[in-house]
Write a protein that binds this ligand. Sequence first.
Ligand SMILES: Nc1ncnc2c1ncn2[C@@H]1O[C@H](COP(=O)(O)OP(=O)(O)OP(=O)(O)O)[C@@H](O)[C@H]1O
Length: 952
Amino acid sequence: MMDSRKSVGNLTETLHSLLGLKAHLTSNWVKSVCDIVRNLPPERSIDLRPESTVDSTDDDPATAIAKIKDELAALTGSLNHLTIQRRNILNDFLDMKGNIRVFCRIRPMTLGENLGLLTPVVALNSNNVLLRIAESKNKSYSFDRVFQPGSSQDEVFSEVEPVIKSVIDGYNACIFAYGQTGTGKTFTMEGTPDAPGIVPRAIKALFKQATDSNRAFLISFSMLEIYMGNLKDLLVPKPTKPTDPMPPCLSIQTDLEGGIEIDNLVAIQVNDFNQALRLYRLGCRFRSTASTNSNINSSRSHCLIRIAVTCFDAPERRREANKLWLVDLGGSERVLKTKAWGKRLDEGKAINLSLSALGDVIYALQRKRRHIPYRNSKLTQVLKDSLGDDSKTLMLVHVSPREEDLCETICSLNFATRVKSIHLGNEDTTEAREQKEIAMANLQQKMEKIEDDHQQVRREIEQLNKKLENLTGISTSSQDQLHAYDFPTEEPLEKNSHIGDITMAPLSKLPRFMRPTICSRRKSGVTGQTSEGRGPVYARKRRTSSHRAESISFPVKDHTENNSEHSVSRSSCLIGLNRKNSSDNATQYSQDTSETDLLDIRKQERAPSTSSPKASTIHVQRNSSCRRNKIDDKKFLNVDNWLHLQKNQPTVSGHTHRTKRVLAVPIPNKKQKDNGHSKAENFCGEEMCNCEFKMQKVFNHDRGHIALNQGEIETPISEAVLENPLTTLKDLFNADSDVVRLSLHTSEGKTTIHTEDSVDSSLIEDNQCAILSPPEGSCGRIYEPMQHCGGTGVPIMHAVEGEIECSNGFMLTDHDIHKYCPTELDYTITHSRQNSRISISMPKLESSSQQASDVSDSEDTERQYFNDSFIPRVKETRPRLLHLSSQRALFMQKDKQKDVAITVNKGQQENQKTGFWHITTRKIEVLYASALLGLGVTQLGFEHDFFYGLML
Ligand SMILES: Nc1ncnc2c1ncn2[C@@H]1O[C@H](COP(=O)(O)OP(=O)(O)OP(=O)(O)O)[C@@H](O)[C@H]1O
């Protein structure tokens, strides 16, 4: 028996020594590996477990306990041995496949897409793609794996899973989704509720692996985006009031061992898959997305999810702390083709530059160049320690099947070819390839066997533990609990001045010249904790009356209209606001490390003591001071508390809707009126969108609440909408409000506007709610009247799966109505691929003038303030295209408006029209028609061209 074990042990040693020569990958080497694997005994080859000697019935309890403990120790040793073997084999398996692997996924055609004549992209087999460039010109590309258009998320993940196993083994790993915009990167990474993508699956697999292992892991979740070269924490609470602290700056730090840490990035400890998923959904909401010509919901940034895994006292792991990066890259695009301009153009350029830098880095790594150009982009700087030789990298390149995307497809495939392993492709002969495949299959078999053994040993350990429990009466799980890591209690941040391994003196003890300035503290978002009795330092008040937008959303277009524009990220809006005060936007969000050197804002919280037994498997034992110190440096936030802080809980059941946004409310600002005026005149300028935004939370302005006629608003609108997507603004402000709705229906080329009594709640469905931004150019016009006329309410627009809705639910009092221009209507523009409907709801006037007088002094002040702000604008010379002659007519009683309809001509060819002018013209059409409706006129009286005329 002993001999047999020894020979088996020798065989595995020989195997691994040969695998050590993997770098050369000669056919002889592959052959030797095959022979060894073939010679392994067919039965359980590695049975290093001691035979069970425990028979507790014969022995006295003390002896039995001692025996069980001995056996447990031996089994644990075997388990560790098996784990090491599995890790080595897996590692070699992945090395054979290549440390940097490249997959290609071809997107299926979507509804209404035209394949073209050539069918340009054909997946020949699981490794090759054929590109038909012209009738007689083909080009083939080979990859580690090619996924056909019909391939499922399961298939894709099955290729990704081994990488997740390496993460448990202590390797850093990066999984990228790369490709032209609109080719399915987000689909692959995020997926849908029915077909979850790599991120949720990877997190799930990671937890499963962690639970299955005999180790305790500490897993933390972070999420950030790189938007226009700036790092932004997607989990950090966004400021909602001017007095809120600014989000802390993220800065990239390198430790002495070359490890990368991002200062101020929130890391939240997650005990199970669901917690991680909730955080992921939360983070997805704050991504910068926008509608572009190529994708209605295009990611305008790189989204990076970091899952940090820490496991102490596990010598078989590659390193104690490692991380998995899951990266949804921004879409590469040819700006000439997408016709992006303004902000979209800048975003596109930033994305392309960083993608090119990523390609250079991977290329240099593959070719083992001495210089790896990590510093060329933030993306590569962040991923520096996870892209090297000792890490696993997976690049999923996405391509479109359309002929018109052929150029982009060629670019993407060339990129993929450039970064793919040099061991692949034409370098290998067919014979070598086949042998390698056989070797890999054998290794995989071996790995599965070891995993079975592993499970078996675990079962035996569990049985012995039960026996031990019976004998001692002490539950092993409670013993574990005793060792469960107790998170350090929160200390004042001033005392907590660690940065990685560097311990710094408390700030108050530092010489004055070494302390951070107020400005740098403010920029870093660490307010208060270092200000030595001065009270908290808040974010700079830019303008006393300014309100930060939570997000910017505007109505834009049909699905058929591939018009671009509009960032919907709250944070990007914030940047937009900041831009007014800072010429260098980057310094606000991503600054030099020197400014944040003294800061460590990762807060600490006590881990929940009531964690489930399952969750306790993730706990980290603490029985060594060294470990304790290490954990002290790693402070993670508790997920529940964090989500509670966020308030905007993601929908529990549904899929994340990162486009669910609430419109930032553009309200002119008194202080800014003069210079704001010129910007208002700056038609199409993106400043128009970024400046002067106020949230609907204006009612909670620090000047005092404005009581609406139906009572005060407690909940900020944005939050309420996010919490309950079914809620319209009308509902938020006044559930019983009587809203007259004018809706415009399109059928057979005719568009009809008619009135409805109430909001059609079916238009607003959960899981379908999305808010789109307006064309930046259009906002100048569409919102101009609002800016001139002022008011405390401005339409909030949100789209319903392909529909764009803008509702203005606030109620106007008689007092108000004289101040508001008639264009402060409630627009609801809904569209779907099949049919489109535009509805306009406008608030009914409250007849009671009493309410106006009931308004508190503070409200009067507020109103007066707004009035004052807007008066000069009314005098502007610019033509008031939207200023209709009869305001009162627009606010007719709803019973008079019922069944009134206006037909607006809408030719077939109009569906094809795109562009800002077209959209704006349509809006004017709608406004005009609604104005006529208000006057009781049911004919437009003008042809469609009239509205174009208006625009000139
Ligand atoms: N494999 C697929 N199966 C089904 N639908 C897909 C697939 N890939 C992409 N799609 C669909 O194509 C559309 C665009 O996909 P997605 O938003 O994921 O593209 P993207 O590459 O992330 O774009 P961007 O870079 O602009 O963010 C989505 O509607 C998505 O559902």
